[in-house]
Design a protein around this ligand. Structure first.
Ligand code: AMP
Length: 285
């Protein structure tokens, strides 16, 4: 059975030993409730490194008080089986009270890139993410950390943090893994009722439409967003949080995708706030 490490000191000890033996360490940070999307990142990490650590930690600091921290699905037994099959070497699953002991006072925050998109409706989310990822880097000492394109703003923010703070780790990004009908896999899909689940297909359909529009020569962001919005708004269970086209690194709005752009959206279906995105490459990019 795969090793599940809960102690910060033990994890550090294991990683220090691997490093001293010249072994490359890969880290895949997750909040558990694993699906094929997460496992694709584990496989990616295994191809790039020799010792793959998957962290499982539902990080309280990235949830606002009114969000789904308590409801978030947790099943470490199932996760451990999946992680082992995917070929990882160990799981790091720390306790909340060890990651954030009483008196905890320090946060890492990336500015500007975190203002828009998800940062707008979740203003404290990214500082929770960058804080916990920094802590994981300081405990696991990975050479490579793998994140998913599904959370496009998240990996842009983490890449900027690593660059700005000279963190000695390479950030690798794996593509979005989807259900057969196109819905991006997410631990939060389990919140959906059958009807909501049926309607979520509109998200991927709208992203594909955007791609078709760009191929047919429509490159103005406003036009594209209006048509994408119309596809999603047809669904009576959909509540759109945002649909935007931004520069994939700066996260600032772009007016035209001829130079490329990231179309990112967040839409509520019932209790599930789902995010998805597609990289649009216009003629100049
Ligand atoms: P989470 O457990 O949802 O915080 O996600 C952990 C990592 O898995 C993040 O880097 C996500 O971007 C990535 N991830 C989540 N869903 C998918 C997906 N459908 N395809 C690829 N990566 C994903």
């Amino acid at each position: 059975m795969i090793d599940i490490i809960t102690s910060i000191n033990k994890m550090r000890y294991v990683s220090e030993k691997k490093r001293s033996e010249g072994i490359l360490i890969g880290l895949v940070p997750t909040m558990g409730a694993l699906h094929e999307g997460h496992l694709s990142l584990v496989k990616r990490a295994s191809e790039k490194t020799d010792f793959v650590v998957v962290s499982i930690f539902v990080n309280p600091t990235q949830f606002a008080p009114n969000e789904d921290f308590t409801a978030y699905p947790r099943n470490i037994g199932d996760d451990a089986r999946k992680i082992e099959l995917a070929g990882a070497d160990c799981i790091f699953a720390p306790e909340k009270s060890n990651m954030y002991p009483e008196g905890y006072a320090t946060y890492v925050a990336v500015e500007r890139l975190t203002d828009g998109l998800c940062g707008h409706s979740r203003p404290t989310h990214f500082r929770g993410v960058t804080t916990v990822v920094t802590k994981l880097f300081n405990i696991v000492y990975p050479h490579v950390a793998v994140f998913g394109q599904k959370d496009a703003q998240q990996h842009a923010v983490i890449k900027r943090m690593v660059k700005d703070l000279d963190m000695p780790v390479e950030i690798d990004v794996g593509p979005i893994v989807r259900e057969p009908d196109g819905l991006a896999m997410s631990s939060r899909n389990s919140y959906l009722s059958a009807e909501e689940r049926r309607q979520t297909v509109s998200l991927y359909r709208s992203l594909c439409l955007a791609e078709e529009l760009v191929s047919s020569g429509i490159t103005g962001s406003e036009d594209i967003i209006r048509k994408v919005r119309a596809v999603i708004a047809e669904q009576d269970r959909a509540k759109i949080d945002y649909i935007e086209i931004v520069d994939p690194e700066e996260m600032t709005p772009v007016d035209d995708v001829r130079g490329g752009g990231l179309l990112a959206l967040a839409v509520w279906f019932g209790d599930a706030r789902l995010i998805d995105n597609i990289v649009l490459s216009g003629k100049d990019s």
